[in-house]
Design a binder for this molecule. Sequence first.
Ligand code: FAD
Length: 373
Amino acid sequence: MDVDIAVVGRGMIGGAAGRHLAERGHTVALIGPGDEYSSHGDAGRITRIVGRTEIWTELAANSIERYADIAERSGIDFHVPCGFLAAYLDAAEWADRARAFGSDARVVDREWVRQGTGIDVANGLGLVYEGAPGGYIQPRRLVAAQSRLAEVAGASVVNADVASLRATSAGFEVGGSFGIIVARRVLLATGAFACDLTGIRLAVERRPRTVVMAEWDGFGDGRTVPSFVCDQPPDDRVEEIYWNPPIEYPDGVVRMKIGGNLKGFVPLQQAELVDWFHTDGNPVEAECLTNNLRTLLPDADFGPMSTKPCVITGTATGYPYIGWVDDGLAVARGGNGSSAKSSDELGRIAAGLFSEAGWDSPIDQSVFAPVPV
Ligand SMILES: Cc1cc2nc3c(=O)[nH]c(=O)nc-3n(C[C@H](O)[C@H](O)[C@H](O)COP(=O)(O)OP(=O)(O)OC[C@H]3O[C@@H](n4cnc5c(N)ncnc54)[C@H](O)[C@@H]3O)c2cc1C
């Protein structure tokens, strides 16, 4: 196969980039396996316009605007706008920023939250609620929708790992169990599991995270649990927590998922990733997340709980790296634990790198500049 652009990594950002590139008329191979070692192999990811910075807010708003079109044209639904709550000291500022991008975010009080959602935030944090489109997306389904639309636009979707990448005078030879794909240019969108396909090393930290899954299908009395992020949670061995509301998993069980940022965590080396994924996560983190879940939702009668390891990819800038790292070789990676909701916009910006016009975002290119080690 001979293509203009090979996108390596068919996750949330690579899937989006592949679609945008194909829909812009490029010849594209979108190459990557399923979701075993990815950050999107899950049933829910929070989505919301409300963000901690103006840049995250703008990226999310631009992505969310296209959700309905992606779902309609692919025939794959992935967005559940069940609402979103943030508990942060500066939450009112988050709301002001988000309203400028079309959100209905508003400051609410503890009693309103307790009555409508069952969540009790006791420590005087600011509370901001966003109705639709706030809620969650189903990441596997979004990736499937992007792959389907990329294929409709003429991309070749290859369900396999890339094992080798070799620069040649004409571009690149991309190798794997599929044979060799010859590509003029390459976009690496390989997330946390980027194997060392090139000698180019970027300042990327792989942060181990543990999630707790609690079987529970909601109150059933009119109170609706929204997606949630909270700074300084009651058990403050984690500095921040998030959860997805009850969602049905592929095994038919409805679960809530809670995760957070454990203070003093030790980043993982690439070689440690697979072993980490064969553990049940960090028991201290799991205990602390469980305490937070029970304290913040005091009336919920949770069933069995289980834990899972996962990893997020942090960059030196706090924003994803999108840019050229060598002749004909670009990257789009480093989701910083926040990119699922914004993946379509990040993929669109990455696709812009390959256009005649170049950078295609009102956000300055320097924000996304890859930082070498
Ligand atoms: C537990 C958890 C909870 C999160 N919660 C949220 C949330 O609530 N809201 C939110 O917006 N974001 C959230 N995130 C972050 C979000 O999921 C990531 O930012 C997003 O998935 C990053 O997309 P990506 O394409 O960079 O990586 P991924 O989605 O991981 O995709 C990378 C892909 O590259 C593939 N790949 C790697 N190496 C190769 C290779 N050699 N050949 C071919 N393919 C390769 C992998 O298999 C994978 O499919 C969360 C992340 C985690 C881990």
